[in-house]
Design a binder for this molecule. Structure first.
Ligand code: ADP
Ligand code: G6P
Length: 489
């Protein structure tokens, strides 16, 4: 359509997420370099093309001075990003505290932190207060950049208060909210002291989306059981106002991975890796170093496999690439030392003078190296204790069309619902079961590997990030039109 002011005819999409696709690193008083951020949310959103999109989020650094803020705002503008500046104390209470020490573990069924349960409700309350304040700061920035007709798409557990703040600014704003983590059973959600406030704030959105039907169902149950509202097949109703709730399973930009495999840098890396690991099967784990990823459990299962399959010693290697994340949160620091300790012990036990069974890297790999690793892998191990979707499993499948390796996948990852028929599904808490699955994967006949791979490849190449975003935005537009028609009647 033509806008009256003659500006671009495409509908603008304001994507609001705590994490911008690029994170800033300060190089001087007013100079910055921008690095790709890690995580599934960023990967998925970068795969979305064709929208007139602006990104609003935190640049991942504290910038107290105005000169720095102006310089960073200019640098980010070139990437169509708009920063929200959060000071150190807010980051500590909102991001490290309420988001990553309370909501993240709770939504992944790891419960509330014990110290908060016993100690000062004050600390809990001050974190919740900071959370609300941070969400209000995001809303201020969105409101400043909002133009009539824009679609505002809020993302993830950091911003559950945002729909409410935005609607208070402007009840006509089209607001969608999408959760990239699981939404837990209502029995888990009800343990959260601020359970009702969060649900009510999310319900201010026009459309609420989840990766799987189960998460959507849990959310609706939480609203009916905790708030006493009515759940309908369309969503949740409160005094005649409907918040539409639905599942929109995410995907990746599979073509980007497939195309990359043919490029020279990736082919060079593939050659190097093949030479380096000649004569050994390659098993791969790629995760953020997060307790939900089940990294210690995965490594212990690999140890059990080695214990019980001496014929495989020296013939298999596990490459575990774990990028450090949220390093100011104590639970994450403990995890890093725990993983290092286990890896050291197993390498000491099963290593030889010339080879070790586990290569563990605490770092992020660039895209080309990652593609090459996926391509040479025989067995990928995704053993999340819980995971909203898990895009690593999708990326692995996209890069496996010549090798047709095996995916071992946790039944507690959202991806189990889409890739379950092609993967070997496991309970990641059951170390013996995972060890047996490793043996099954390594010994799987080519014909069966081919059949399983076909299933997964068809899914990953047809259910893309692009399709996911188009479906969400179009549903959001329709939902708002229907709501307007209902009010007129
Ligand atoms: P999460 O969103 O919890 O991090 P996902 O599996 O959905 O989990 O997405 C992780 C994303 O981050 C993927 O796109 C993956 O390629 C990327 N990633 C994770 N670990 C690394 C790493 N060590 N190096 C490079 N990229 C990584
Ligand atoms: C998950 C979350 C994202 C988050 C990412 C990386 O994918 O769903 O919202 O951005 O992890 O975590 P970080 O804390 O570094 O942003």
């Amino acid at each position: 359509f033509e806008r009256p002011d003659g500006r671009s005819s495409r509908q603008r999409l304001l994507v609001v997420a705590n994490r911008l696709p690029v994170s800033a690193v300060r190089r001087g008083e007013d100079s910055w370099s921008l690095e790709m951020s890690s995580g599934g949310l960023v990967t998925a959103l970068l795969g979305v093309k064709g929208f007139e999109a602006r990104w609003i989020g935190w640049a991942g650094v504290n910038v107290p001075d105005e000169i720095g803020q102006r310089a960073l705002t200019d640098a980010l503008a070139q990437k169509k990003c708009i920063p929200v500046f959060l000071d150190e104390e807010i980051v500590h209470q909102y991001y490290n505290g309420y988001c990553n020490n309370i909501l993240w573990p709770l939504f992944h069924y790891l419960g509330l932190p014990q110290e908060d349960r016993l100690a000062t409700t004050r600390s809990f309350q001050s974190q919740f207060f900071a959370y609300q304040k941070a969400n209000q700061m995001f809303a201020d920035v969105v409101n400043k950049h909002y133009e009539e007709g824009d679609v505002v798409w809020c993302h993830d557990y950091h911003l559950m208060f945002l729909p409410k703040c935005l609607k208070e600014y402007n009840s006509q704003m089209k607001v969608g909210w999408f959760l990239h983590t699981p939404f837990p059973s209502s029995e888990i959600h009800r343990t959260l002291p601020s359970r009702s406030e969060l649900l009510r704030a999310v319900l201010a959105a026009d459309l609420v989306g989840f990766h799987t039907y189960d998460y959507a169902r849990h959310f609706v149950s939480a609203c009916t059981r905790i708030l006493g509202l009515e759940g309908t097949p369309e969503g949740v109703e409160d005094q005649g106002r409907l918040t539409r709730v639905a599942a929109f399973p995410i995907g990746i930009d599979a073509d980007r991975f497939i195309r990359a495999l043919d490029t020279q840098p990736v082919q060079d890396h593939i050659k190097e890796l093949k030479e380096r690991f000649a004569g050994r099967k390659v098993m791969l784990g790629v995760d953020r170093l997060d307790m939900i990823k089940g990294i210690p459990q995965k490594i212990l299962a690999f140890e059990k496999f080695l214990e019980e399959n001496s014929n495989w010693h020296d013939k298999v290697v596990l490459l575990q690439i774990a990028v450090p994340t949220r390093t100011d949160v104590p639970e994450y620091q403990k995890l890093t030392s725990q993983v290092h300790e286990i890896v050291g012990r197993i390498n000491g036990r099963f290593g030889t003078l010339t080879a070790v069974p586990i290569h563990h890297l605490d770092r992020s790999l660039d895209f080309h190296k990652l593609c090459a690793l996926y391509a040479v892998t025989d067995v990928a191990l995704v053993t999340s204790l819980r995971d909203g979707m898990n895009l690593v499993s999708y990326e692995f499948v996209a890069c496996q069309d010549s090798k047709k390796g095996v995916l071992i996948l946790s039944e507690f990852a959202g991806a189990a619902q889409s890739l379950g028929a092609g993967a070997i599904l496991v309970n990641p808490w059951n170390i013996t079961e995972v060890a047996v699955s490793i043996a099954q994967a390594l010994n799987m006949p080519a014909e069966e590997r081919e059949k399983r791979h076909r299933h997964n490849y068809a899914h990953v190449t047809t259910h893309t990030a692009q399709e996911w975003a188009e479906m969400f935005v179009s549903e959001l537009n329709d939902t708002v039109v229907e709501a307007q028609l209902r009010t007129k009647q």
